[in-house]
Design a protein around this ligand. Sequence first.
Ligand SMILES: [Zn+2]
Ligand SMILES: [Zn+2]
Length: 241
Amino acid sequence: MTQVAEGVYFIQGQDEFIPDSHAYVVGRPGSQDLSLIDPGLMGKGKYKIQSIQDMGIDVKEITRIIMTHTHLDHLGCCAEIREQIPWAELWVHDSEAGFLEAGDERTVYGMEMFRSMCMMQYNLKPGTFTFYVDRRLQGDEHLNIGGMSWEVLHIPGHSPGSIGLYNRFEKLLIPGDVVYADYAIGRFDLHGANGPELKNSLVQLAELEVNILLPGHNRIVKDLPPGYIAETARQWAPYLA
Ligand SMILES: [Zn+2]
Ligand SMILES: [Zn+2]
């Protein structure tokens, strides 16, 4: 785990034959109010918790898990993580919270073929990814977490309840799987995905001043060129119509 900015820590995902999402810890240590963003893939809970402890951060300070969205590669080790920090609340956007609570795993797996493959590979039972959601995020909210101000942006398209977390002071964006480094964007062929919505979300993000991009996969970017997201939206627009 490395520190990206004051109160923002990055834990690299450990991809297997399925990707493992990056995780982020957000909030100022000592605030007793840290958030873990996107736990990651099945089996990665121990490694993520260990990485946090190795940075000298007390996991007792983590009071919540916030999901950028509920795909398997982000949610898979949520239960493992909560064995270590059982008090942690789970915060998910309203558009995916209902599915989690009802045990509707179509968004988690994204496609039927992938579901059967993963269930076999990881010996998962139907209903494994059923969770009570403590807070349903709506978008256009300002959260004060860990002594920092974060804006929650609803940016659907990759999945119905994708959110971005934006820190205006540090010009730092955690966009989940909506936009990556190197002008890449998230898939828009999975269950609940929507190309035109993804296009609108990119246009929405393009209005933000972003210096540091902390996506769910691939490399993080610390000196994002001005207009980067707008250019990404422009390049992808023909495919997202
Ligand atoms: Zn992902
Ligand atoms: Zn995803």
